[in-house]
Design a protein around this ligand. Structure first.
Ligand code: R5P
Length: 288
């Protein structure tokens, strides 16, 4: 049985379809004082050997809801609870950046581990976050899925360059290039000045007249991608696409990208947005 969190209903449905498994329909509600409520009524009758909870956690409420779903399954006595975190909130707070700071990713991982027998993460910012869980944790790379919408374009990419905004994401750009089948890869150097201000140092790659795909793990405020798009525009790139696994798109990210002159924004359904052009369900299904 596949149990969706409220933020991952379409992905859970896709996963149930790929696995030919049952899709549960949880109750999601909220008490007058604001507390969340999440239950899985049908699990009491079904008591499956294994349930797979699929729940992105982009907010505190989403985390609480996930803990409630896991607890409801434990209460019903299901055999094994596998928790898929398509997008793990707080994963970027993976160390104490200053004395007295929390390792928030570890705190979240420990909480989730209390109700899961196994965890699956999709492209966490750092794979080492898997070590924070007290139960076995698999990390999967869904970046190759991002090649699909590029292959479906009406006109094929011209002399494509797959670019990451910093060296840390060049593996993702390479994975998309490999799945697309042709093109070069390169990366910019990024300096972050604040939560919403970044600057990028261009590489030597020639971009004039070429189609460029900028690939990153996450688009949050859109600052990183918008700055990269602006640099490429200045250097006369032709079409500029952005592709990310997690389209968080916080604040005015979408407008920021459009204003910078992006051709199309692509993401996966680890976070369900209007730019979620491709599902990670087949990648997740392979490890279940
Ligand atoms: C950071 O290193 C990540 O890979 C992303 O580049 C970053 O989280 C994007 O954030 P924003 O969209 O706010 O620039």
């Amino acid at each position: 049985m596949i149990v969706p969190g409220s933020r991952s209903q379409a992905l859970a449905a896709s996963l149930a379809s790929v696995l030919d498994d049952t899709l549960a329909v949880p109750d999601f509600d909220r008490f007058p004082d604001g507390e969340t409520f999440a239950a899985v009524p049908e699990v009491a009758d079904a008591t499956p050997d294994r349930t797979v909870v699929v729940a992105a956690t982009p907010s505190n409420d989403a985390y609480v809801e996930l803990l409630q779903l896991q607890d409801a399954l434990g209460e019903a006595g299901v055999g094994e609870v596998v928790t898929v975190l398509p997008y793990m909130g707080y994963a970027r707070q993976d160390r104490a950046f200053e004395p007295g700071h929390p390792v928030s990713a570890r705190a979240m991982a420990r909480a989730v581990s209390t109700g899961a027998d196994r965890v699956v993460l999709v492209n966490p910012h750092e794979a080492s976050v898997a070590d924070f869980f007290d139960v076995p944790c698999d990390v999967i790379d869904a970046a190759p899925r991002l090649a699909r919408p590029l292959q479906d374009l009406d006109s094929a990419l011209t002399d494509p360059l797959f670019l990451s905004p910093d060296h840390g994401a060049v593996d993702l750009a390479t994975a998309v290039r490999d799945a697309y089948g042709t093109g070069e890869t390169d990366y910019f150097e990024k300096t972050r000045h604040s939560g919403t201000e970044v600057s990028v140092q261009p590489s030597d790659a020639t971009v004039a007249g070429r189609d460029v795909v900028i690939v990153d793990d996450i688009v949050a405020t859109g600052s990183t991608m918008a700055e990269s798009v602006a640099v490429l525009r200045d250097r006369d790139a032709d079409r500029i696409f952005t592709a990310c696994v997690h389209p968080l798109l916080a604040r005015a990210a979408r407008a920021r990208l459009e204003a910078a002159g992006v051709e199309r924004v692509y993401g996966t359904d680890t976070l369900e947005r209007d730019v979620s052009a491709v599902s990670v369900a087949p990648s997740v299904a392979r490890v279940l």
